[in-house]
Design a binder for this molecule. Structure first.
Ligand SMILES: Cc1cc2nc3c(=O)[nH]c(=O)nc-3n(C[C@H](O)[C@H](O)[C@H](O)COP(=O)(O)OP(=O)(O)OC[C@H]3O[C@@H](n4cnc5c(N)ncnc54)[C@H](O)[C@@H]3O)c2cc1C
Length: 552
């Protein structure tokens, strides 16, 4: 497989040579650096890359070029390589144009010329962008290959798991000749898929999540049976707690049901997290947090679901779904929330076969040229619409209300207004889904008139709010009527401490009704449902864990 391409385009030959030289020096062993002197020439080069079946990872374009501006080039290049990262090279005077381009062509970064020394100004940016690109399915035209049926929920589950864990893979439909060769080599038939084949030729048929985790080198078993701190849930709150816990000397293990990242890992672009003025993909942000936690010595377990919590003297005992247990002095519950299912006849049958909850970014490349339906009017739906319109022919955003203003941030509404492919359908709800092997039709209802109409639809992405999955805490600690964990002062009703509370003090701020068990992030009652607050609460929970342990 040829190395992926980094393409730079600048009409000034001296600058063009300098960019290519700096890029080759650092990336030449893993990437093929291509340079062009105009937008049309660069597009031609990209077409060739496409025809050869190669990948483009990064595009750097000068803003001011005579025939075609850098922004126009990047916009056109998106049709060929939507997942390639995009950088605009600008002079200081053009910063305004570069900022506009962030919305127009979903620019990843703009670099002010000159960028010397590259070690400080160019490479850190390019490193981060290449790392982000490596997590896209395009980059996965490499190592792991997954063979499956397009409309198979089992195949989707495998791809979704790999994508959430940022494991690049190549997706092959069963009727692809290469898939046929792999099936034959593994001694199985098209009825046995999904088939996963690793770079070193190991084949797994219909693997479980735990098997997949082991295959791609994720840790599934704890190294010890007693810790200072167990964090349950690997979203921003849990990762925050793991980073602070481990960095402050607590023996910390984080247990995650599926893949670290949580809801944030599903976000195509988080624009309101402090310190990222150009936005950051949720996968990139949470992958960095994961590596940070590992660096400080936290253990991260994937594909392990916690299903029980008990007090055992001063220890807190957590039970996994397979019956194994793990004990600790203190626990941070950071289990977040899960998507609410859309309750309309026929839809349940198509989950993973045309109906998807959350962003399911792994499906985006399969939506090329298709009509995509998104249900929901909040930011997560808006982000998904912006993301899917890079691939789909048209994105239909179905909302019950009159418009988006009540539920979506202004910046996203503005972005949606600027793209032609997104149509917002007000006063619209989905009342049914139908199809044979996969979703093929939706019935939509006008909530004002009650009038129903049927549309052809193979892709439905649902973002209709979320709820905590805390049923496993029944009878253990106090939750509100929607299942969120009640903490701190909210537990002390009219001066009375919660039932069963044994200590001569009130619960600390994020402490639940069981001493030493804290809640952080979206799962906590009255929490602000944001990445920043989840991370903040994870950090704060650790400082309260210290206070709790000191008093023991
Ligand atoms: C598509 C999308 C876009 C968003 N965009 C933004 C944005 O731009 N800005 C912003 O501020 N916020 C955004 N949010 C909201 C933000 O992502 C959440 O507020 C944040 O992720 C909450 O973090 P958390 O750690 O509390 O929970 P979560 O992110 O929900 O993570 C909880 C984790 O716990 C795991 N878990 C659950 N139960 C168990 C169990 N029993 N055992 C083991 N593990 C378990 C789950 O698998 C999950 O990984 C977005 C959300 C979505 C879905």
């Amino acid at each position: 497989m040829a190395n992926p391409v980094i393409l730079s385009v600048d009409d000034d030959p001296a600058v063009s040579r300098a960019v290519a030289r700096d890029l080759r020096r650092r990336y030449g062993d893993r990437y093929r650096v291509v340079r062009a002197s105009s937008g049309p020439e660069a597009l031609e080069a990209l077409r060739e890359v496409k025809l050869r079946g190669e990948q483009a990872a990064l595009l750097l374009a000068d803003y001011r070029m005579p025939e075609m501006t850098g922004i126009e080039f990047l916009e056109a290049a998106m049709d060929l390589f939507p997942a390639a990262r995009r950088v605009l090279l600008t002079a200081y005077a053009d910063t305004g144009a570069a900022i506009d381009a962030i919305n127009l062509v979903d620019l990843d970064h703009y670099l002010l010329k000159p960028w010397h020394p590259p070690e400080e100004k160019l490479y850190p940016v390019v490193d981060a962008l290449l790392e982000a690109w490596s997590a896209t399915p395009d980059a996965g035209a490499t190592e792991i290959r997954v063979v499956g049926h397009r409309w198979s929920a089992e195949s989707f589950a495998v791809r979704d798991f790999l994508a959430r864990n940022l494991v690049p893979y190549r997706w092959l439909l069963v009727d692809d000749p290469e898939a046929g060769r792999l099936l034959a080599a593994a001694g199985v038939t098209a009825n046995d898929v999904p088939l996963v084949v690793t770079a070193d030729g190991k084949a797994l048929v219909a693997p479980t999540e735990a098997e997949l985790a082991a295959l791609v080198g994720l840790t599934v078993a704890p190294a010890a049976d007693f810790y200072d701190l167990v964090v349950v849930g690997g979203g921003p709150a849990g990762l925050g707690a793991a980073v602070y816990g481990a960095s402050e000397g607590l023996r910390t293990v984080l247990v995650e049901r599926l893949a670290t990242g949580g809801q944030a890992g599903q976000s195509s672009r988080i624009e309101n997290y402090l310190g990222f003025p150009d936005g950051v993909s949720g996968a990139q942000l949470t992958d960095r947090a994961r590596r940070q936690a590992l660096k400080f010595g936290a253990e991260l377990l994937s594909t392990r679901e916690v299903v029980g919590l008990e007090e055992a003297g001063s220890a807190r005992l957590l039970r996994f779904s397979d019956g194994q247990t793990l004990a600790a002095h203190a626990v941070v519950l950071a289990t977040g929330v899960s998507y609410r299912m859309l309750d309309a006849p026929g839809l349940a049958d198509f989950a993973g076969r045309g109906v998807f909850y959350g962003s399911a970014a792994s499906e985006a490349p399969s939506c090329v040229g298709a009509e995509v339906y998104i249900v929901g009017g909040a930011n997560s739906a808006g982000q998904a619409a912006m993301y899917f319109c890079r691939y789909a022919q048209r994105v239909h955003l179905l909302i019950r209300g009159a418009d988006l203003t009540a539920s979506m941030s202004r910046y996203l509404i503005d972005q949606l207004d600027r793209v032609d492919q997104v149509t917002v359908h007000p006063y619209t709800e989905v009342t049914a889904g139908a199809g044979d092997e996969h979703l093929q039709r939706l019935t939509l209802r006008d909530t004002r008139t009650g009038e129903q109409r049927e549309v052809d639809a193979s892709w439905l992405f649902v973002f209709i709010g979320a709820e905590p999955r805390t049923g496993w805490l029944d009878g253990t600690l106090v939750r509100d009527d929607r299942g969120f964990v009640v903490t701190g002062p909210d537990l002390v009703a009219s001066g009375r401490r919660p039932p069963g509370w044994s200590l001569p003090r009130d619960p600390y701020h994020l402490e639940s009704s069981v001493p030493g068990v804290f809640a952080a992030g979206d799962v906590r009652a009255e929490s602000v449902k944001r990445v920043a607050s989840a991370v903040g609460e994870g950090a704060m929970a650790v400082s309260l864990v210290h206070r709790y342990l000191e008093a023991q």
